[in-house]
Design a protein around this ligand. Sequence first.
Ligand SMILES: C[S@@+](CC[C@H](N)C(=O)[O-])C[C@H]1O[C@@H](n2cnc3c(N)ncnc32)[C@H](O)[C@@H]1O
Length: 208
Amino acid sequence: MEEDENTSRAIPKWVELEYSHMRTLAGPSSEVHFTHLSKSSCDTLASLFAQGPEGEAAPGFAHAEGVLDYMKTKGVPLDKVCLLDPRAEKVLAPEDGDGRFEWFLFGGILGDDPPRDRTGELRVLGFPNRHLGPVQMTTDTALGVTKIVVEDKVPLDKIPFVDHPTIVFNSKESVEMPFRYIVKDGQPILPPGMREHLHEDLNQSFDF
Ligand SMILES: C[S@@+](CC[C@H](N)C(=O)[O-])C[C@H]1O[C@@H](n2cnc3c(N)ncnc32)[C@H](O)[C@@H]1O
């Protein structure tokens, strides 16, 4: 949903890290498709996906067409696509992985703080929807949580989360992330390389 940034990078670094992380979190038995991309984002993502990530990951695909056109191409009807939507009435449950849905759809949008309900742009198209609790997650976290619920059959309230964690780089530098994350070994699960990227970004912000 985002416009391309007007820089030499078609895809910002943090988006690249989140997208790769989605493939790892989805695992090799799934596919991850990114739709409605500009030509330059499509090319950048396709070459990124050709390189990695390391380990077992879902194959990634980049498409210029929007999700509705892509559904038509693949013959997938609207009621087989579950939109993950913070404002849905029903919580995502392990039964939602029993075949009633073929695809799970996430808004490719920046998480605003406070959230601006931009998932609403997809909601109006009429997809069945499910929520993952009241707190906004990063898109890779939302995908990882969906996989844990529908494939690993773990109910949402059994997954350990941390809200708005502070990432500490050293005694003087830290940053608060306005999202909910899965916790592992007492730490929020961030995409590999994100911590370093955030630290670099923080330093650049003060690099007048
Ligand atoms: C970073 S979130 C952005 C949410 C956006 N700020 C909004 O207000 O709609 C990107 C996507 O992750 C999914 N998502 C994040 N948190 C969620 C939650 N608590 N429940 C359901 N879906 C969620 C949704 O598909 C959402 O479009």
